[in-house]
Design a protein around this ligand. Structure first.
Ligand code: F0G
Length: 489
């Protein structure tokens, strides 16, 4: 008898499919028309023109039968909704914070946190920026200072905790600007822009201690803290036998509060919250909540949204199988790409696989927007939708008006939770590998419409001619990474 070997038993899905949503596979002609119409920006494609949608893991999860059932028992009272109190209990039990300020999604919480804590001229250190987080910090008069370790900016570094704070960088900023001008550090778990890379418990503890010595608060962006907890369990000595639920609680114990976009870990399509320990800070947050979001017992959510969210928060930590399968699927796609010789950010991240566009398109200077161009080329090839995370997302420096040039010029293939199958991952890998094989035929893009704020969402572009080979060599920026062919596993 033949033997069937493999590692899929390690991560296969702990659910079966009860309902399906048919999707259409657009033809090449339809894709050409669609990307032209979208100004080469994958954010502007209509979902109906997309085959496999890996734009984001935000709000794209499949809810469980229990969550759908929970929708039916939502309490839609304007004030004092029962569903709000269910949510308060779930956040308290799972994250450990006693004060809950519900918002319509993560950026609603970021707005309120920034406004209650930041004064003009303040500096907010963070482990790499996130687009909306930094925007709200700047809008409140603050400026962001990056204190992530250098390895985070290197796609090939195999550091197991590339989300870590560099404590020396943080000490230097405290010495330069003074602790009184640093209201809090914004500490992101499983850092999105670095490729879904975790922070270690040791680093969280040390950061918390350093900040508290100086009277600086620690505010987590706990949007993907569950995925961070999984990596701690897998990689950090002493945690292998602890459940992700225990690890998640411990992560949050090293903070004074958190903003959460519930559209990720929490398995719902909309929602978010600001959670705090200090009742006085929560009182100030509620003062703004009623102006920006809604009454303090619903924020920006309906009763049924809060009910499904309370259920999702409990479900995500109901055993480790959910997160194991979720990250297992991301790893599966990442390993297919590594085997095909496609340069990706290593180690493979928690919520997506990040293609290293600098290495794939070394003939394009960063100002020709290589990652934006690669995302458009992948869509054209197969109808797979990805997202640029490079110079376009980084925007312009408000002080100088110049483009920011992040070292990481990436295309993110983001995996929605519980939505796609292994075959969808295989189709994606085949398409990306074939686009990369002909990468020298891909030209850059130029803005035709550049919005001032968070430009990546709504910008439009036009294609530039493919640089001739000789020009290509000259235009290589010194930072371009060597074409990395990582070994499997
Ligand atoms: N923080 C992080 C780390 C995020 O990834 C996001 C959203 C937010 C905050 C904002 O939350 O969208 O609910 O307002 N990230 C999405 C993404 C948009 O595609 O990565 P939101």
């Amino acid at each position: 008898m033949g033997t069937l070997r493999g590692s899929h038993r390690r991560w296969a899905e702990p659910y079966r499919i009860k309902m399906v949503e048919p999707i259409r596979i657009p033809t090449r002609d339809q894709r050409e028309a669609a990307i032209l119409d979208a100004g080469y920006n994958t954010f502007l494609l209509r979902s109906e023109d997309v085959y496999i949608d890996l734009l984001t893991d935000s709000g794209t999860s499949a809810m469980s039968d229990r969550q759908w059932a929970a929708l039916m028992v939502g309490d839609e009272a304007y004030a004092g909704s029962r569903s709000f109190y269910h949510l308060v209990d779930a956040v308290h039990e799972v994250y450990g914070y006693p004060e809950l300020v519900p918002t319509h999604q993560g950026r609603g919480a970021e707005n309120i946190l920034s406004q209650i804590l930041i004064k003009p001229g303040d500096v907010i250190p963070g482990n790499m920026y996130f687009t909306t987080t930094r925007w709200h910090q700047e809008k409140a008069g603050g400026s962001f200072a990056d204190v992530i370790i250098d390895e985070a900016h290197d796609p090939a570094s195999l550091h197991p905790f590339k989300g870590n704070v560099d404590l020396d960088k943080l000490r230097r900023i405290i010495a330069e600007v003074g602790a009184e001008r640093i209201p809090y550090i914004s500490l992101e778990t499983n850092v999105n822009m670095a490729g879904g890379q975790p922070v270690s418990m040791a680093n969280l503890t040390a950061t918390y201690e350093l900040c508290h010595e100086h009277g600086i608060l620690v505010m987590l962006d706990a949007t993907r803290a569950l995925e961070n907890a999984w990596f701690i369990q897998q990689r950090e000595p002493g945690y292998a036998r602890r459940s992700v639920a225990e690890i998640l609680l411990e992560i949050c114990s090293h903070s004074d509060g958190a903003t959460v976009s519930s559209k990720k870990d929490n398995l719902v399509n909309i929602g978010g919250f600001l959670a705090l320990r200090d009742p006085e800070l929560a009182r100030r947050a509620r003062g703004l909540l009623v102006a920006y979001e809604g009454l303090h017992t619903y924020g920006g959510m309906s009763g049924r949204d809060m009910e499904a969210l309370a259920c999702g928060i409990r479900e995500m930590i109901d055993g480790d199988d959910h997160v194991r399968a979720r990250i297992g699927q991301v790893e599966y796609l990442g390993n297919l790409l590594i085997d095909a010789g496609v340069p990706i950010v290593l180690p493979i991240g928690g919520h997506g696989v990040y293609l290293n566009a600098r290495a794939i398109l070394p003939h394009l200077p960063q100002d020709d927007l290589p990652a934006q161009s690669l995302a458009a080329a992948i869509y054209l090839d197969s109808g797979v939708r990805a997202m640029e995370r490079g110079v376009v997302s980084a925007g312009r420096d408000p002080a100088t008006g110049e483009n920011r040039h992040p070292r990481l010029e990436l295309v993110r293939l983001t995996i929605p939770r519980r939505v796609y199958t292994q075959s969808h991952m295989e189709v994606t890998a085949e398409s990306v590998a074939s686009v990369c094989a002909d990468a020298d035929e891909i030209g850059g893009l130029a803005f035709t419409d550049e919005p001032e704020d968070l430009r990546f969402f709504l910008a439009r572009f036009r294609p530039l001619p493919v640089p001739a080979k000789s020009t290509a060599e000259v235009s290589q920026r010194p930072l371009a990474e060597p074409h990395l062919i990582a070994s499997g596993g």
